[in-house]
Ligand binder design. Structure first.
Ligand SMILES: [Zn+2]
Length: 203
């Protein structure tokens, strides 16, 4: 269980992006023969043979449209993978933070309620390269590693939201700068994370 909610691109926005993305262009679906594309609609990597579409997505603009923020020049867009057709989203069975594995670098960008950037924090997911038994990862060790990684990401997000002016955090890959997911400030006294019709959990 994590303290923060990694928000998928919800089903309504996914549909809009499939029709016409945030660069204003229709995109062509392809079969992902190898698999491994990070799907922002389901917050998991694609499996070989799944049909995916690479679209241009403006996460801050989309968030601002919901909240009334005016990010101005901070608005930016970049490529994300989605399932090519309607999908079920991450579902309620999804646990832990997506798109993590030992050794990868992430940056957590903090934004104010106005949509202005407040700063960023580089996060390296710890290496656990020696945690294998005869080359095969033991299931118990795999679960322990996943728990450790979740705790590291959890702590980084909690740290990011420790500043009261932080309303939103974008988690991105460092090398390519790809947007991975957004996290919104938890509501005080409410659910551990925001829920709604378009958060992409189980719809
Ligand atoms: Zn999907």
């Amino acid at each position: 269980m994590t303290s923060h909610h990694a928000r998928a691109v919800g089903p309504r926005v996914s549909k809009e992006l499939r029709d016409r993305d945030d660069a204003g262009r229709p995109r062509t679906a392809v079969e992902d023969t190898e698999g491994g594309a990070p799907l922002r609609c389901c917050l998991r990597r694609s499996r070989p043979g799944e049909r995916v579409v690479l679209v241009s997505y403006a996460p801050l603009r989309r968030w601002a449209a919901e909240t009334g923020a005016r990010p101005g020049a901070y608005d930016e867009q970049g490529p994300v993978f989605l399932h090519a057709g309607e999908c079920r989203g991450p579902g309620t069975a999804a646990t832990g933070y997506p798109f993590v594995r030992p050794g990868v670098l992430r940056v957590l960008r903090r934004y104010s309620a106005d949509g202005h950037i407040l700063g960023g924090h580089l996060l390296k997911i710890p290496e656990t390269a020696d945690r294998t038994i005869d080359g095969a990862v033991d299931e118990t060790i795999r679960k322990e590693t996943a728990k450790e990684i979740d705790e590291v990401v959890d702590a980084a997000l909690t740290d990011a939201f420790a500043a009261p002016e932080v309303a939103l955090v974008h988690v991105r890959a460092v090398e390519y700068g790809c947007f991975l997911y957004e996290v919104r400030r938890p509501r005080p006294g409410g659910a551990p994370y925001e829920t709604g019709p378009d958060v992409g959990r189980g719809e």
